[in-house]
Design a protein around this ligand. Structure first.
Ligand SMILES: NC(=O)c1ccc[n+]([C@@H]2O[C@H](COP(=O)([O-])OP(=O)(O)OC[C@H]3O[C@@H](n4cnc5c(N)ncnc54)[C@H](O)[C@@H]3O)[C@@H](O)[C@H]2O)c1
Length: 342
């Protein structure tokens, strides 16, 4: 891509559901230097509605969207199983993409995207692990080290949804939802995982038979940091994400995000949002702005890479193995290609 300052990046959005529509609206109105020209959704009526709202056009196939002369960059927000094939199509066309998480629930499909990008010799795809752009997680990361709470020793995470967003399936809770904690904790700690163990216990009242919810995911990094995740997708209480880091010199806790707490009539507290769009609104916008600025100016890609997406798929798959066997599962990663050197 040409690297002119102040170039407007014309984005094509694949998947106009919940998050795709939110990203498209942000790109069209809140992010500077971008516009949305083209949409594709499997549901043509949905694509046409969002296209009409944004003054864009809806096209009948994603191949047409990627090939369009009006599309400089692609945002992939289709359901999980389609990300890898659509990312591969972007690489084949030489078009940059922001790909929603996960890169793929299937490890082999995720590897195929990394292999194709390595063969191309250029990093064109950024992964939508937007928590790396969240002010709360950024502050936590800034506190890790000798000037803050010291080296991390234990990280405790909770990830709760009001209702299971895509139906209650325990493996999906890992590959679709806990993949956020898998990514953000290796980013926070700066180490890979050595093993993972998934514990199941008594389930909540809305958990169908044969499924487990909540899940307790225990991991240890290669440097010995313990990472635990409570994953409760049908918690009924609202959307809530917390992260508590015990360091060698102190403790840092990201709890309520930027919510205002009120005290009145013998009650102190705050409302919880029903889902993630409001809790992570800054992260989504900052991620999109970071991506557009990178495409416009050629500044380094600030977000997660396809390598991060592939590592996420590997760790999530080992966790699903542990869920099924009840055993601790070792994590072995292939060598990191030079293209993704830190
Ligand atoms: N980063 C985050 O915090 C975050 C949050 C929500 C969703 N996501 C991810 O975004 C993706 C979409 O999630 P959602 O909540 O918007 O789902 P959704 O069900 O609301 O929307 C998905 C849309 O994709 C369309 N679709 C189905 N098959 C398609 C295909 N082959 N190609 C293009 N479009 C297709 C559907 O018609 C629907 O409009 C998922 O992969 C999810 O994991 C990420």
């Amino acid at each position: 891509m040409q690297q002119n300052v102040h170039m407007t990046i014309r984005v094509g959005v694949i998947g106009a559901g919940n998050i795709g529509t939110s990203h498209a609206r942000n790109l069209a109105s809140l992010v500077s230097g971008s516009t949305v020209t083209t949409l594709y959704d499997f549901d043509g009526v949905r694509a046409a509605e969002v296209a009409a709202e944004l003054g864009a056009v809806a096209v009948p196939t994603y191949a047409e969207l990627i090939a369009s002369d009006d599309v400089d960059a692609v945002l992939i927000a289709s359901p999980d199983p389609f990300h890898a094939e659509q990312a591969l199509a972007c690489l084949a066309a030489g078009k940059p993409a922001l790909c929603e998480k996960p890169l793929s629930p299937d490890e082999a499909d995720a590897k195929a995207v990394v292999d194709a990008e390595v063969a191309l010799g250029r990093r064109l795809i950024m992964m939508g692990f937007m928590r790396r752009f969240d002010p709360g997680y950024l502050e936590l990361k800034g506190l890790i080290g000798p000037a803050g709470i010291g080296d991390p020793l234990i990280v405790r995470n909770c990830h709760r949804n009001e209702v299971a967003p895509y139906g209650l399936d325990s493996a999906l809770s890992i590959t679709n939802a806990a993949i956020h904690e898998i990514d953000i904790n290796r980013w926070l700690v700066g180490e890979e995982y050595a093993w993972v163990e998934v514990l199941t216990g008594r389930s909540g009242p809305l958990t169908p038979s044969g499924q487990h919810d909540p899940l307790f995911i225990l991991m240890q990094t290669t440097g010995g940091v313990i990472v635990e995740v409570e994953m409760f997708v049908q918690s009924q209480l609202g959307y809530e994400v917390t992260c508590h880091v015990t360091g060698g010199l102190g403790v840092a806790e990201m709890g309520d995000g930027s919510y205002v707490t009120t005290a009145k009539a013998l009650h102190r507290g705050h409302d919880l949002p029903p889902q993630w769009l409001s809790r992570f609104q800054d992260a989504y916008r900052n991620q999109l702005q970071g991506w557009i600025t990178h495409l416009d100016t050629g500044s380094p890609m600030a977000g997660a890479s396809t390598w991060d997406g592939y590592v996420g798929s590997i760790v999530a798959n080992r966790a699903v193995e542990s869920l099924r066997s009840g055993a601790r599962v070792a994590i072995e990663l292939p060598e990191r290609p030079a293209l993704y050197a830190p």
